[in-house]
Design a protein around this ligand. Structure first.
Ligand SMILES: [Zn+2]
Length: 58
């Protein structure tokens, strides 16, 4: 199973997306992207659980 996430699903005007075999690896890619491109988003347990709810199995 491949895990996938798209920034646009979070309501961002952003074409970034990522896929990974594991949720842990996908989340580390997401956090890296958020720190680079969406500095207004604070990484905390609330935003992380919100991001995890956007992950799809493809
Ligand atoms: Zn983005």
């Amino acid at each position: 199973m491949t895990k996938s996430i798209r920034c646009s699903d979070a309501g961002k005007d952003c074409k970034w997306s990522a896929t990974s075999q594991t949720e842990e690896d996908l989340m580390s890619k997401v956090i890296e992207h958020v720190k680079e491109e969406h500095k207004e988003i604070e990484i905390n347990s609330e935003s992380i659980s919100g991001i995890k709810s956007l992950i799809k199995d493809i």
